[in-house]
Design a binder for this molecule. Structure first.
Ligand code: G4P
Length: 543
């Protein structure tokens, strides 16, 4: 049947040579980091090197401008932060990069996790004093679940940080991924004088640009083996570097491409995003090694990026908070085929046609870069409420991609409305907003007819929820915060799950599909849970 084309084992029509060439250029990636590690700064520098902007500093400026001009999202304007995780596109040395933004401050939410499902690789950005922090760890776990290749950039090396050997040991112990340094800092005492490129044998001298990194830094290099290196750098610093490199060589810290692609080894770089130091070395390597869009497994089959049939999945829905404009934008990651504005595809969940009429295009520059979108690209589609997170859009029938999992929430509250006549509206609103992925709705067994619980990864999701309930469903709702901070989906014997959830500072809830979840007040209570009920498996991501 025609609906089966485009997958392995079937008659899959290959895309045209030109489309294949375009797909080969695509690199869809995300940056995972803890707030303040320098994500905004690194993003600006990547755009600067990609020639998308000439003076770094404009990402922040652009954001500020957009807030002023936009009626896109009330909450966004009020808070002055970006709730929208969008896509920045830029070209670099013949590659077409799609950088998927992962909001990390107060706007950290389930969308941040879901965005990683649309990426083909990730850049892990670490502060050289702090190493792995909470949000890095959480995002890393999602990357690991997907076996994404991860490239590490240790940032802020213009100032004193933790000893690099110690830092990498800590990362390995914490995350269980092997770091393979491609560059290594040349340290004079605590000060970083440059980095050594282990592949080329060249030392790159660290130079502070006069304009705080607003322009590309000129690179000054000398081979470590060259005697001029001894003239330029203190003998003690070079000696230490040679010793450390020997150690790394002896430990076999190489970034073998297969191990990188499998997510077992992370090529690691040192530098300063602020001062543009080490950024270009990183970007070049990243472009060489980061994977182009690959096949996605659907059940026991694969959808390949070179199939001609359009297929994509919705990984994020951005609601318009302006009550006058109810439309929303669904972000679709293209997995195969190519997108042309105006094409009609099928939403496989509802078996109904969707006209991809007015795609929102993302701009890294003033001109629109997206004339046509192919596998590895993300398109934003205007939607009146028919699409849900996880929907498969297909130009030619099945199969549908797997469901997008739910990620464990960290904020919990009971939700009520004082007006009994609006109770039904509240229920409908919660059901629809939960289906859309804006919030999770949980139910507990305690008490007669208890109010539903809402749960979110980020607290801002609650503000958005209240706003939308009021403006879209006419319900003024109140939240009563609950003392839980962690949740896990529980699998195992029902009695054992109940016993586990009966412990101090814990409770049992059911998610929207009646799957049991245990909520925990403290991290300690969560940590000791597996000892209390060894037969129960706890999952941070919905099984
Ligand atoms: P984020 O998006 O990950 O939250 O981080 P962001 O880039 O906003 O950077 C957080 C702070 O760290 C900023 O300082 C930024 O200038 C600084 N920073 C980023 N990269 C480097 C680096 O390579 N070296 C050093 N020394 N600092 C770096 P701020 O004072 O909070 O803000 P701002 O006034 O500089 O904008």
């Amino acid at each position: 049947m025609s609906g089966e084309s485009g997958v392995t084992g079937q008659e899959a029509a290959p895309a045209s040579g030109r489309v294949l060439e375009e797909v080969g250029k695509r690199r869809a990636f995300a940056i995972i980091s803890h707030p303040d590690a320098g994500k905004t700064t690194l993003t600006e520098k990547l755009l600067l090197y990609g020639g998308a902007i000439h003076l770094a500093g404009s990402v922040k400026a652009r954001r500020a401008q957009r807030h002023a001009a936009s009626d896109w999202m009330e909450v966004e304007k009020e808070r002055g932060i970006s709730v929208t995780s969008s896509v920045l596109q830029f070209e670099y040395e013949g590659r077409h990069l799609n950088l998927l933004d992962t909001p990390g401050h107060q706007d950290f939410s389930e969308d941040t996790y879901r965005t990683l499902l649309a990426a083909d690789s990730a850049v892990m950005l670490l502060d050289n004093r702090k190493g792995v922090e909470t949000q890095t760890r959480k995002l890393f776990d999602v990357c690991r679940m997907r076996r994404l290749p991860i490239f590490t950039f240790v940032n802020k090396c213009d100032r004193v940080g933790v000893d690099p050997l110690q830092l990498l040991d800590d990362v390995e112990a914490d995350l269980g991924i092997h770091c393979a340094p491609v560059t290594w800092p040349l340290l004079d005492g605590l000060e970083c004088l440059g980095v050594y490129d282990r592949r080329s044998g060249l030392l790159h001298r660290f130079r502070r640009t006069g304009d705080h990194g607003a322009t590309r830094a000129a690179e000054e290099t000398v081979a470590l083996a060259d005697e001029r290196a001894d003239e330029r750098f203190p003998a003690a610093a070079l000696e230490r570097l040679r010793e450390e490199i020997e150690l790394l060589d002896a430990a076999g810290s190489e970034a073998a491409p297969e191990a990188v692609l499998a997510g077992r080894v992370s090529p690691t770089f040192f530098g300063s995003a602020l001062l543009n130091f080490g950024v270009e070395l990183f970007l070049k390597y990243f472009l060489e090694q980061a994977p182009a869009p690959g096949p996605r497994v659907v059940g026991d089959r694969e959808v390949r990026p070179d199939d001609s049939t359009f297929r994509g999945f919705v990984f994020k829905i951005q609601a318009n908070m302006d009550p006058r404009h109810r439309d929303r934008i669904a972000f679709v990651r293209i997995v195969s085929g190519s997108f042309e504005p105006g094409m009609t595809v099928t939403n496989l969940r509802t078996d109904s046609p969707v006209r991809l009429a007015s795609a929102r295009r993302f701009m890294a520059q003033d001109r629109e870069m997206l004339e046509e979108a192919v596998a590895g690209d993300v398109v934003g589609i205007h939607d009146r409420g028919s699409l849900r997170i996880g929907d498969t859009l297909s130009g030619d029938g099945g199969p549908a991609f797997d469901d997008i999992p739910r990620f464990s929430p960290e904020h919990f509250a009971r939700i009520r409305t004082e007006d009994p006549l609006r109770r039904k509206h509240l229920d409908r609103g919660l059901r629809e907003l939960s289906e859309e992925g804006a919030v999770q709705v949980l139910f507990s067994e305690s008490g007669p007819n208890p109010a539903p619980m809402v749960a979110a990864v980020g607290a801002l999701q609650f503000e958005i929820l209240l706003h939308r309930l009021e403006h879209e469903y006419g319900v003024e709702a109140r939240l009563q915060p609950l003392p839980y901070h962690h949740a896990r989906w529980a699998e195992g014997d029902e009695d054992e799950i109940r016993r586990l959830a009966g412990g101090y500072g814990r409770t049992l809830a059911l998610d929207h599909r009646d799957r049991p979840m245990v909520l925990f007040e403290t991290a300690f209570s969560l940590r000791t849970a597996s000892e209390d009920a060894p037969g129960v498996t706890l999952h941070a991501v919905s099984p």
